[in-house]
Ligand binder design. Sequence first.
Ligand code: GYE
Length: 343
Amino acid sequence: MNRFALTRGLGAAAPTGSRRGRVRSVIGLAAAGAVLFTMSGCASSGGSGGGADSLTVGFAQVGAESAWRTANTKDIQESFKTADIPLKFSDAQGKQENQIKAIRSYIQQKVDVIAFSPVVESGWDTVLNEAKDADIPVVLTDRSVDSSDDSLYKSFLGSDFVAEGEKAGEWAKTEFADATAVNVVELQGTTGAAPANDRAKGFRTAIEGDSKFKIIASQTGDFTRAGGKQVMEAFLKSNPKIDLLYAHNDDMGLGAIEAIEAAGLKPGVDIKIVTVDAVHDGMQALADGKINFIVECSPLLGGQLVDIVKKVAAGETVDKRIVTEETTFTQDQAKAALPDRKY
Ligand code: GYE
């Protein structure tokens, strides 16, 4: 099923006159109308409710590819509910074209603020210019865009993915300090996504100059458990000696663990594993000794997003870049942290 799902929030219409001078292109309107038509039953605006001064926000999510994403969606929806701000929520099922349609529908519905987590980095200028022409502020959460025009969004809230990759690489250097040769395989995130590009880059920056590290295979597992398992199976078949797996998220690492065990090897021992995210199942595998190190990436962005949205809607200036604070976990640290872990 390829149609993207859109769940309407409580749906108070934007106050009239709140965005004077709005200009919308005929093409933009037609496209948005077509999208609304396909979302039968979800098209009409209006309704009751209305939180903080009748603010309405549209959020275009990537999909539900990982435990990280599920936790992120839950946190955002709960945070807006707590703040009593109606949230229109759409799930793009990992497809940029669905996300663009959702953003156009939010423009057409005249929401006060649009927030979204871009599936991939490139290709956003056209739709972001449509939002700008409609005088609707945009906030990026979690992932960024590679546009050179930073007037197309008010703020970008999320992690420093390059730093995450560097932390994974720095750990590998310490872990393999006494080794003479280290064969690395890499499970990359979704092709073209900011965390895939940046985590690959950060890791390479950390290990370059240390010639014993060789990335012998690198392929996308699309941030999913199934993808990680499938690609790891192929890696194991074509590479007789793998010392280290670097997976761009826990879910792919967990899928790879299944492949490694099926091949009769011990994850965490025969093949060392470093991943990113620190979701519950990843932390459990770390505590169980099947993963060796996890770089944290927090999905709990909802509270900060609510604050930014309120400020932006009130016309206040916000920081262009807000970086999420995060840590790293060893196996012992995972054991200690697990009981209080929120996701
Ligand atoms: O690491 C991964 C998810 O964009 C930071 O997306 C996010 C990444 C996260 O699918 O698990």
